[in-house]
Design a protein around this ligand. Structure first.
Ligand code: NDP
Length: 262
């Protein structure tokens, strides 16, 4: 960070949260803590539940115009009276550290991108750091959301995986998952993928974060049965979650460099 600052590159992240959703509050606090740890300036904009869309878009416009803010994110979900799409579209693509703007989504599709959504980027980092080569592997992604499933599939495809995307209408899911050398679960249902749905020796990456009635966090994969079959597996908590925050820091630094050089 010191070397970047010597070059006049000063990353700054603006985090917007609308309303008082407890899970969103935890995520925002973790992002602020990570910024402090990395020496990145962060500004939090905690707006009341009743904030209008116009007020929110005006704030984003102001932040778009500030040189000392290189990255902007609005914690999702936003309250129902605000259009998520309008918020995503309002953020300057060069400051879009979540990589949700259609310009950045398109860039990911063609394989020429500055930012990758933080969770799929974190999954790829885990795969790389573990020395796993994606090329030629059967990759199955369960979930097709814009923020996890779809970009995840695209990143695996860019690394020459043979990718299958599964969703709620997929027929005989277990038949698909059992074929996976690399299985990514992003469903949002606790313990949904069980050991008998996994190919022996497979790499199993659990993106799910589900809050159980006892307040404990639980993944989409039933860890106890899956770990006996998998060759490698990520836990929840402590697997993809921290990687997501790390990738946000990376994107914020990248945004500062991109904004400085463009
Ligand atoms: P969404 O609810 O947007 O998407 C869930 C996906 O799962 C959908 O595509 C849905 O299919 C699919 N699905 C639902 N039921 C089934 C089923 N029975 N069989 C197969 N597929 C099914 O969730 P997100 O992608 O936003 O998040 C997924 C999980 O990841 C959540 O637990 C979330 O909390 C967690 N998450 C974790 C992050 C982290 O940092 N670790 C970051 C972001 C999310 P369909 O499209 O047909 O409805």
């Amino acid at each position: 960070m010191a070397k970047l600052k010597e070059k006049g590159i000063n990353p700054g992240l603006a985090v917007i949260i609308v309303g008082d959703d407890p899970a969103s509050r935890v995520y925002v606090n973790n992002k602020k803590k990570a910024c402090e740890y990395c020496g990145i300036k962060s500004e939090e904009y905690a707006l009341p539940e009743g904030t209008t869309q116009e007020e929110l878009l005006k704030l984003i416009e102001e932040l778009n115009g500030r040189d000392d803010i290189s990255g902007i994110l609005c914690q999702l979900p936003v309250p129902e009276h605000i259009s998520e799409e309008a918020v995503i579209n309002a953020i300057d693509p060069k400051k879009d550290v979540d990589a949700f703007h259609p310009v950045n989504v398109g860039k990911i599709m063609v394989g020429n991108y500055d930012f990758v959504p933080c969770t799929p980027a974190g999954v790829m980092e885990l795969i790389h750091e573990s020395g796993i080569d994606v090329s030629g592997k059967e990759c199955v992604v369960v979930g097709r959301s814009n923020i996890v499933g779809k970009p995840q599939a695209m990143l695996l495809l860019h690394e020459n995986g043979t990718v299958t995307i599964c969703h709620s209408r997929t027929k005989d899911l277990a038949e698909k998952t059992k074929n996976a050398d690399i299985l990514v679960a992003a469903v949002g249902k606790p313990n949904f993928i069980t050991g008998d749905m996994i190919k022996p020796g497979a790499v199993v990456i659990d993106v799910g974060i589900n809050r159980m009635p006892d307040k404990k966090l639980c993944g989409d994969v039933e860890f106890e049965t899956a770990e006996k079959i998998a060759g490698a597996i990520t836990p929840v908590p402590g697997g993809v979650g921290p990687m997501t925050i790390a990738m946000l820091m990376k994107n914020t630094v990248k945004a500062a460099i991109v904004n400085k050089t463009k």
